[in-house]
Design a protein around this ligand. Structure first.
Ligand code: ADP
Ligand code: MG
Length: 639
């Protein structure tokens, strides 16, 4: 059984130089403090700054070589040892992601530097020893409007993303090109890069509107016993920026592109949150991007996130939300493991299907983050044995001996090897029959365990919500809080209908006591309010009824336009500045919606009007209208 190991995602920040001549004389909105710290001015109080601590901070003076040497090259060795590694550039448009990943002809970026380095290590090793044989394949794809496109074979588009039994993410049909030299790589990579879907926006004349992912697969096969086969992957990812559509002047197809990009980036935020909270279910499947990054975030890869930011004040809100996202990504712990199998040379093997027998089939479980780990931000590291072997492994006991006997005639060696194979195959249980069964069983057990944990967690959350709601209701009844928008228990249809019965009403007027009091308040204290109707006449029966305040019918609130605007701007203020708790103080906004709104704000900045709430994933036009209406009514009733 392999021991567990975890390593935190390395999160670094790179600040690009000021590019805009007009901005050069102005004070930048963000500046570095030292090699790990930076600060940005606080928009709530311009006398203050907000400080951040990352694994590394690269100032505007840092070079491509600095960032590559320090944060990327150390990851490459893992891919030669059968592990996965990922480097991805995150940040708003025009902050320098593509420059960092690809660079320019005079100063190349991380992708060319990494490929060049890996190929030169491999070539040097192959010319010094025959022990290992290497194959390097590369694929290049983009995710554009939630569809996967093959940049090496343009006819392949809208490809599916799949997961195999060993939980490896793969894309069936994606082209893989073998490369043995850097020149070969460049010939394929440069034209493919130009194929990336680009479009002009006000912000960036060659803005990449898609997420581009370059995958290098390195297979290393041992030519002598024990014939190990190691498969490592390197993902180099240039993410598209999330733009504020109002600022870029996007409309039509561009607006749709931004929307699709934002779904992916929003899901990325959700995944990061779920990982940080140690939830049993991580919503990787919510977007193509997160599905593909599954290996890089809380998965099995060594990962480095390069957060690109711009110094100009006009990019302040993007920079601020990007830094907040990067800060929370620091808590993610990945669990690297080695993909190792043994591969017999063809000459020694009688059966094709027995060429490969996996010695480590099941990816290790990712350790659950405990609150301690989150608070201290300490990498969680335990030691594990990467090349675990099955208990009954019969790793070669004859072949090494045979290989040493150079004086044997070739025909004798062949016959002895055939004999050895037949002895081995009788002694060893058939690999392909045993392992799938075992893996399947382990998979099912793991799924069952995960479902149980998820169920338990949901039950606990449900209980907490119930208790919280109960105490909120009690508080509302006991005291008048100074909160702007008070939660009011809405009058239910049936009980309200009973209350209109004059004989049953406390003051004989036929109106629910609380509602009437509120109405009196409204009418006497709000001269701007022209008419509030709660009781309406049923035209068929001529009776009075009280209608559910949540419904349109039966209510007619005519407000002074100015007053309505004032209420909307008060709601907007809370939406833009409130904490999750404060958001929950709004009518019709519970824990889930408050989190959605807060998350959206972190990624996209502020709302310009209340109706913008519709842009939050999961909030429909109808929901937003009802949120606005309920808050307005609550405010009027408790004024
Ligand atoms: P993104 O991919 O994030 O949209 P780009 O990589 O296209 O941003 O960068 C925007 C502009 O800034 C480009 O003109 C690029 O050459 C320039 N740039 C970005 N980072 C740097 C840097 N570190 N040094 C010099 N120029 C940079
Ligand atoms: Mg770009």
């Amino acid at each position: 059984m392999s021991k567990k190991a975890g390593c935190r995602v390395r999160v670094v920040v790179r600040l690009r130089p000021v590019l805009d001549e007009k901005e050069r004389c102005k004070e930048p909105c963000v500046r570095g403090i030292d090699e790990k710290h930076l600060e940005i001015f606080n928009w709530r109080n311009d006398q203050e700054t907000i400080k951040y601590n990352f694994d590394a901070f690269y100032s505007e003076r840092s070079s491509q070589e600095d960032i590559y040497q320090d944060s990327v090259e150390p990851l490459l060795k893992h891919t030669l040892n059968g592990q996965n590694a990922s480097v991805f550039a995150y940040g708003p448009t025009f902050a320098g992601k593509t420059f960092t990943m690809i660079g320019c002809a005079s100063d190349v970026g991380i992708i060319p530097r990494s490929v060049n380095k890996l190929l030169s290590i491999i070539n040097a090793e192959q010319s010094s020893t025959d022990e290992w044989n290497y194959t390097v394949n590369f694929s290049y794809l983009e995710i554009y409007q939630e569809k996967v496109y093959d940049l090496l074979e343009p006819k392949n588009h809208d490809l599916l993303i799949r997961e195999d039994r060993e939980r490896n993410i793969f894309i069936p049909g994606l082209a893989e090109k073998e490369i043995t030299s850097f020149e070969q790589f460049q010939k394929l990579f440069i034209p493919a890069s130009h194929k990336r879907t680009t479009a002009s926006t006000k912000l960036n004349s060659r803005s990449s509107r898609s997420h581009a992912i370059l995958l290098l697969k390195i297979v290393r096969v041992q030519q002598v016993a024990p014939f190990k086969k190691l498969t490592g992957k390197l993902f180099l990812i240039d993410l598209a920026g999330s733009e504020d559509n109002r600022r870029t002047g996007n409309h039509g197809i561009r607006l749709k592109e931004s929307g699709a990009i934002n779904v992916s980036l929003f899901s990325l935020g959700q995944v990061v949150d779920a990982l940080n909270q140690g939830l049993p279910r991580i919503p990787y499947r919510d977007s193509k991007l997160t599905r593909l990054l599954q290996d890089s975030l809380g998965g099995t890869a060594h990962a480095c996130m390069i957060t690109n930011i711009a110094p100009e004040e006009k990019h302040y809100s993007d920079t601020y939300s990007t830094l907040n996202f990067a800060a929370k990504s620091r808590h993610i712990i990945n669990k690297p493991f080695t993909r190792e199998s043994t591969e017999k040379p063809k000459r020694a093997s009688k059966r094709k299907s027995s060429e490969e027998s996996y010695t480590l089939k099941t990816p290790p479980k990712i350790p659950r983050r405990t609150p301690d780990m989150l608070l201290t931000n300490t990498p969680f590291v335990t030691v594990r044995k990467d090349s675990a072997k099955p208990k009954n492994s019969l790793q070669p006991f004859l072949s090494p001996f045979l290989r040493r006997q150079a004086n044997f005639a070739e025909s004798v060696v062949t016959r002895l090897e055939i004999l050895e194979q037949s002895i081995l195959s009788q002694m060893r249980p058939p690999v392909e029959e045993r392992i799938p069964e075992q893996t399947e069983q382990e998979d099912l057990l793991r799924q069952l365990e995960e479902s149980r944990q998820q169920l338990k967690l949901l039950q606990e959350q449900n209980q907490k919500l119930k208790e919280q709601r109960l105490s909120e209701l009690q508080n509302e009844q006991n005291s008048t809080s100074d909160c702007l928008f008070q939660k009011i228990p809405l009058v239910k249809k049936k009980s309200a209908a009973k209350l209109v019965d004059k004989s049953n009403s406390a003051d004989g007027s036929g109106q629910p006591v609380k509602t009437k009091k509120a109405l009196q308040n409204v009418n006497t204290q709000s001269p701007d309010l022209q008419f509030v109707k709660i009781v309406h006449t049923d035209s068929q029966h001529g009776k009075e009824n009280v209608t559910d305040p949540g419904q349109q019918k039966g209510w007619a609130v005519k407000l002074n336009r100015e007053l309505q605007d004032k209420h909307n701007s008060e709601i907007l203020h809370i939406l833009n500045t409130g904490t999750v708790k404060q958001l929950k103080s709004l009518q019709s906004i519970g824990e889930k919606r408050a989190n959605l709104i807060h998350g959206w704000r972190e990624t996209h900045g502020t709302f310009s009007k209340v109706e913008d709430l519709q842009r939050v994933h999961g909030l429909t036009k109808k929901t937003v209208e009802s949120i606005v209406k309920n808050n307005l009514l609550s405010k009027l009733m408790f004024q």
